[in-house]
Write a protein that binds this ligand. Structure first.
Ligand SMILES: Cc1ncc(COP(=O)(O)O)c(C=O)c1O
Length: 449
């Protein structure tokens, strides 16, 4: 089978999706409402999502490893969440004022994450990171934000720097072009070079914000010494250390990765899992920092740091879904994390073996329940940063994911890391490995072996 015939097979299986996509492009630029949701020839349209499955409008069923942008740790539509939402929806979806359920979710987060002495809910992760850096600037009275090359913190304007390869090129039209004057980008997992760059802007540096595992940029864990080195630099120089845990929060343990790594960040941003499948962003942190945004007790009578939350912040549906999710995980945390972390190891080991059986140079990266296969090239022998990923054979990765989807009913958003949920089991991982073997056997990826 050639890759073209696989494309034809996909088209044959998804005629309704094709016609929906044709409608969709008349309404939305590119036919989508999030850039990464497009893949060629067109994405399938989903009708239903239950447990580990996505079912499209043509009736095709996929074992899903995209899991709602990695948010759905309990799988799609878990009963524990659906039941609570069913009852909450009859009592109101948006009160537009305060509610008790937000206290329960807030307490669950604060009890699990020591850094979270105070928190603010908002509606997306992009908002949470925007507020976090605003707070950092307010507290330090400095302007420059440091992020890592390839780091993704959502679509907020300040942090739209050095996201996509080639990293030094402006991220796009629509910005003033001056945003970069106040952002320093440092190389991920390279402490020595990072510190040199930090030193060059130290006097005006408000914060470092980074992901403990680069998610969008290729599922690359930060080395602990790198994180510790950056934190130590921040503490020594009065700079805020911010962990963006929108992907990693509650993903590997019940709380923040900072606890298991013995880190002491000033602020943490959360999202995804803590919303239980509904929209959320959270900025949480040390009391004295969060208090700078307190509109009620404003002792200095100066302007406070205005961080919002927005119309839909703390809405009772998200609060209900988030609380039901965290409450369930808390009560079953040992079983849940043992299970999904073990499945992650099984996937990494199984895939590494099958690829090496076929003589292909790949690296399956990730940790716990998130993983991704990179196709190494002559230019890159090991994946430690987004720059390494840029030099891989990324077209082969896209073809691999597309083949899994079109031929084997296994869905990774092409090119993106996979996330294992409670709904997955060992058979799913074995099927993934077997399907990979069949794809390699057919040499459909066009990689030589
Ligand atoms: C690490 C990280 N931060 C921030 C965001 C932005 O979150 P949202 O898409 O909810 O705005 C994302 C989204 O994937 C993310 O992975």
């Amino acid at each position: 089978m050639t890759f073209n015939s696989l494309n034809d097979l996909y088209k044959k299986k998804t005629p309704r999706s094709r016609s929906s996509y044709n409608e969709s492009v008349k309404i939305f630029p590119g036919g989508i409402s999030h850039n990464i949701r497009f893949f060629r020839p067109y994405p399938f349209f989903v009708k239903k999502a239950i447990g580990k499955h996505l079912i499209d409008i043509d009736g095709n069923k996929y074992v899903d490893y995209w899991m709602g942008h990695w948010a759905l740790i309990l799988g799609h539509s878990p009963n524990v969440v659906v039941k609570k939402l069913d009852s909450q929806i009859r009592q109101g979806t948006l009160y537009g004022t305060v509610n008790d359920i937000s206290i329960k979710l807030g307490e669950s987060i604060s009890n699990a994450i020591p850094t979270s002495e105070l928190l603010r809910f908002c509606t997306t992760g992009s908002e949470a990171t925007m507020y976090a850096i605003r707070l950092a600037r307010a507290v330090t009275k400095k302007r420059i934000i440091c992020k890592t090359i390839g780091g993704w913190h959502g679509f907020n304007t300040d942090l739209m720097q050095s996201v996509n390869y080639p990293f030094e090129v402006d991220e796009g039209v629509g910005m003033t072009g001056r945003e970069g004057d106040f952002v320093e980008s440092i190389p991920f997992n390279d402490l020595e070079r990072s510190i040199k760059l930090l030193d060059s802007v130290k006097d005006d540096l408000a914060c470092i914000i980074l992901e403990p595992v680069l998610g969008g940029a290729g599922c690359i864990p930060a080395e602990i010494d790198y994180l510790k080195g950056l934190e130590e630099y921040c503490k020594r120089n009065g700079i805020l250390f911010i962990l963006d845990e929108i992907v990693t929060g509650f993903r590997f343990n019940f709380g923040s990765i900072s606890t298991s790594y013995h880190l002491d960040p000033d602020l943490i941003t959360l999202g995804k899992i803590v919303g239980g499948g509904l929209p959320i962003g959270v900025v949480c942190g040390k009391k004295e920092i969060m208090q700078v945004s307190n509109p009620v007790e404003n002792k200095n009578k100066e302007r406070i740091c205005y961080i919002g939350g927005g119309t839909f912040s703390s809405n009772p549906l998200t609060m209900t879904a988030g609380y039901a999710t965290l409450d369930y995980i808390r009560k079953n945390r040992k079983t849940i994390y043992n299970k999904i972390n073990k499945l992650g190891d099984m996937a990494r080991n199984g895939l590494t073996k099958i690829f090496s059986d076929f003589g292909l140079k790949i690296q399956v990266v990730g940790m716990g329940s998130i993983f991704l296969t990179h196709f190494l090239s002559n230019d890159v022998k090991e994946i430690k940063s987004a720059s390494d990923v840029a030099l891989c054979d990324n077209a082969a990765l896209t073809r691999y994911h597309f083949s899994l989807m079109a031929k084997h009913g296994i869905f990774f958003l092409p090119h993106k890391m996979g996330a294992i949920s409670v709904a997955h089991n060992e058979t799913d991982i074995q099927n993934l490995v077997n399907a990979t073997g069949k794809i390699l056997e057919s040499n459909i990826l066009g990689t030589k072996h």
